[in-house]
Write a protein that binds this ligand. Structure first.
Ligand code: UGA
Length: 439
C-alpha cells in the first residue's frame, strides 16, 4: 500500500520506518529540511534504539523515502498525520498549529476517497474539525492514536498492546476505512494484536485517558512516597507489595523524580484544558493534583541534597548523573533530572552533569550548566552524587571504586534504581525519595 507520513519527528519517523518494515511504500514529509536530509541518509536526528538499523533496511529496499515536498503525497491511499501538538506557551491547552498546517498543505494534493489518519495526540473534537477543514477534497478522516514509548518505540509500533481506530459515522465510509486500516496493519493483526474500532471522539479520548491514567499511577506512588518519608516507611517495598495485586499491577509504580518528557506532562494539562472547554472541568481537577505531586518530587530531591550537605548546597560540588527524562533516550523535554540540576545550580552548587546521550540537548536548554563526558569527571572530588535518570551505566556503578573518587560518599538515588544495601556496605550515606534514612 502507498502511504504518506506527515511530520517526521519522533512519532512520524518511527511510524514511517515501521510501515516500510511491514511492506508498505512510504513517503515521509516534514517542513524541516535538516531533519529530512538526516533521515534520508539513515541518521535519525534523535536517539532511539534500533531506529538507525530499521531506517537503513527500509531505505535500502527503496520502500521508504523522505521529502519536504507535499506533492509527493499525491496518489497515496493513506496519509498519516503525526505532527507535534505541544503545550501552548503560557497556557495549558495543546497548540494545534502544526495539525492545521499539515492539513492545509495536504489538501491540494488529496483526491476523493483518500484516507487521512490522525496519529498525533489531540484534544477531543480535533478529528471532526479536521474533517470539516478538508471538506471539498473528498478525503475521509479517521483517528488512530499511537501509544509508543520512547526507548521502545519500534517494538511498540510493530507489536502494540492494541490498535485503536476512530472511524467516521457513515456506515459505508466506516466499513471502507476499517478495511483499509486492517490492510495497513495486516501483519500486526495477524500477530494477534486486538483492534478496538470506535468513533472519532472515543478514539481521541482513549489516548488522553491512557496518558492521564499512567501519569496518575506515577503520582499516586509518589504521593505514597511523601507519606513514607513522613512515616519512616519504604515506598519501594510498598509498591512491590501492592503491585502483587493483579488489579493494581507493579508496572508504572516506580517512585522517584516523577514523570517528564514530551507527552505525559503536556497531555494531562491539555486534557484538563479541553475538559474545561467542554464544561466537564470538575471531572479532571484531580489531574491538577497529579501534576503538582509530580512537580513537588523535583523540589524534594533538591531538599534531600541540601539536607545531606548540612543545610546548604552553596559552593558544594555535586555530580549529577542523568539528564534525559528517562533512560535510553536523549530527550530532555520537561526532564525532571535537568530541572533538578538547574535548581541546584541556581542555589549556588557547583554542578557537573553527565548523561550517556542527552548532553547536547541539555546544553541547548541550559548552556550555563557544566557538562562532562565521563562519569569519572563528574564524580571526582564531589561532595554528593545524585543519580537522576536510571541508565544502566549508573545502576552498574561499583560503589566501592566510586567511593575512592569522591570527596564525601553521599549518594542521592532520585530513581530508586541503586542497590541501597551494596552502596551502604561500601560506606556511602544513601538517600532516596520515599525511603527511610537508614537501612
Ligand atoms: C508515554 C506513554 O507511556 C506512551 O504510552 C505514550 O504513547 C507516550 O507517552 C506518548 O504519548 O507519546 P514516554 O513519554 O515515552 O511514553 O515515556 P514513559 O515510559 O511513559 O515515561 C514517562 C515518564 O514517567 C518518564 O519521565 C519516566 O521516568 C516516568 N516514570 C515512568 C516514573 O517516574 N515511574 C514509573 O513507574 C514509570
Amino acid at each position: 500500500m502507498r502511504m504518506t507520513v506527515i511530520g517526521c519527528g519522533y512519532l512520524g519517523a518511527v511510524h514511517a520506518a515501521s510501515m516500510a518494515e511491514l511492506g508498505h511504500d512510504v513517503v515521509g514529509i516534514d517542513v524541516d529540511e535538516a531533519k529530512i536530509a538526516a533521515l534520508a541518509s539513515g541518521l535519525p536526528p534523535f536517539f532511539e534504539p534500533g531506529l538507525p538499523e530499521l531506517l537503513d533496511r527500509a531505505l535500502a529496499t527503496g520502500r521508504l523515502r523522505f521529502t519536504t515536498d507535499y506533492a509527493e503525497a499525491r496518489g497515496n491511499a493513506v496519509h498519516f498525520v503525526a505532527v507535534g501538538t505541544p503545550q501552548q506557551p503560557g497556557a495549558l491547552a495543546a497548540d494545534l498549529k502544526y495539525v492545521h498546517a499539515a492539513a492545509d498543505a495536504l489538501a491540494p494534493v488529496l483526491t476523493p476517497g483518500d484516507l487521512v489518519v490522525g496519529k498525533s495526540t489531540v484534544p477531543v473534537g480535533t478529528a471532526r474539525a479536521l474533517a470539516a477543514r478538508l471538506e471539498g477534497t473528498g478525503a475521509v478522516v479517521a483517528w488512530n492514536p499511537e501509544f509508543l514509548r520512547e526507548g521502545f518505540a519500534i517494538e511498540d509500533t510493530l507489536h502494540p498492546d492494541r490498535l485503536v481506530y476512530g472511524l467516521p459515522d457513515e456506515p459505508d465510509s466506516r466499513d471502507l476505512v476499517r478495511a483499509t486500516l486492517d490492510e495497513v496493519y495486516a501483519a500486526t493483526i495477524a500477530d494477534g494484536t486486538p483492534v478496538v474500532a470506535t468513533d472519532l471522539e472515543t478514539a481521541e479520548l482513549v489516548k488522553s485517558a491512557a496518558n492521564a491514567f499512567l501519569a496518575t499511577k506515577i503520582s499516586f506512588i509518589n504521593a505514597m512516597a511523601e507519606v513514607c518519608e513522613a512515616a519512616g516507611a519504604d515506598v519501594t517495598q510498598l509498591a512491590d507489595a501492592i503491585g502483587h495485586d493483579a488489579r493494581i499491577g507493579r508496572r508504572f509504580l516506580n517512585a522517584g523524580l516523577g514523570f517528564g518528557g514530551g507527552c505525559l506532562p503536556k497531555d494531562i494539562r491539555a486534557f484538563m484544558a479541553r475538559a474545561g472547554e467542554l464544561g466537564a472541568d470538575q471531572a479532571l481537577t484531580f489531574l491538577r493534583e497529579v501534576d503538582q505531586i509530580n512537580m513537588r518530587r523535583r523540589s524534594r530531591a533538591v531538599d534531600l541534597a541540601r539536607e545531606a550537605l548540612g543545610g546548604s548546597v552553596l559552593g558544594r560540588k555535586i555530580a549529577v548523573l542523568g539528564l534525559a527524562f528517562k533512560p535510553d533516550s536523549d530527550d530532555v523535554r520537561d526532564s525532571p533530572a535537568l530541572n533538578v540540576a538547574a535548581q541546584l545550580a541556581l542555589q549556588g552548587a557547583s554542578v557537573l552533569c553527565h548523561d550517556p546521550r542527552a548532553i547536547e540537548n541539555s546544553r541547548r536548554r541550559f548552556p550555563e550548566l557544566s557538562y562532562v563526558a565521563t562519569i569519572a569527571e563528574a564524580v571526582r572530588d564531589a561532595d554528593a552524587v545524585m543519580v537522576l535518570t536510571e541508565w544502566n551505566d549508573y545502576r552498574e556503578l561499583d560503589p566501592v571504586l566510586l567511593a575512592e573518587q569522591v570527596a564525601q560518599p553521599i549518594v542521592i538515588d532520585g530513581r530508586n534504581c541503586l542497590d541501597s544495601a551494596a552502596w551502604r556496605a561500601a560506606g556511602w550515606r544513601y538517600r532516596a525519595l520515599g525511603r527511610p534514612r537508614e537501612a
